[in-house]
Design a protein. Structure first.
Length: 172
């Protein structure tokens, strides 16, 4: 894909882009492919203090160029069994954390077990690869002190939510 290297360094109101510059803009920063997975099941739970993949919340993509970026967006509908505690989530590529510290992203749980929440994480990855890449959402329970619930409330099993992960290849 073309990159906007021939664009003017500065642009003033009277300037007009040439045809070549317009073509550079058309080829840069486009979405080349999109892969999305939706999980509706509410059967995944864990008490593990180690980060683990959330069952089904994965998406695989094969970038077309090493210069491509991959935009990862995950929305995890979840709850934990202890009110007002921390939900630990992170994004991973091939099982390794991306875009977060060692504790992942921390979300404050709701003050009641009957109200799960949507926790959204977004990261622009630069994998420098043309091999198949698998992205996932992961969770850990601090100290294994309570239970993480996907797509349901801890105190109300009849609540049904959905979780998604979407990956997009972006041309450089």
């Amino acid at each position: 894909m073309a990159t906007p290297t021939t664009l003017p360094a500065t642009f003033v109101a009277a300037n007009i882009l040439t045809a070549a510059q317009m073509n550079d803009l058309r080829g840069a920063f486009r979405v080349l492919q999109v892969v999305s997975t939706t999980v509706t099941a509410s059967t995944f739970t864990t008490t593990s203090s180690s980060f683990t993949d959330i069952t089904g919340l994965t998406a695989s993509i094969t970038p077309s160029a090493t210069s491509s970026k991959v935009l990862v967006i995950a929305t995890v509908n979840c709850n934990i069994s202890n009110n007002n505690e921390i939900i630990q989530l992170r994004l991973a590529r091939g099982g390794s954390s991306i875009g977060g510290g060692t504790d992942g992203t921390l979300f404050q749980d709701s003050p009641t077990n009957a109200r799960p929440q949507n926790c959204t994480m977004i990261f622009l990855d630069s994998p420098s690869s043309t091999s198949a890449l698998t992205y996932s959402a992961q969770t850990a329970v601090p100290g294994s002190l309570w239970t993480f619930y996907l797509n349901r409330a801890a105190g109300a099993a009849n609540y049904k939510g959905i979780s998604t992960i979407t990956v997009m290849e972006i041309s450089a």
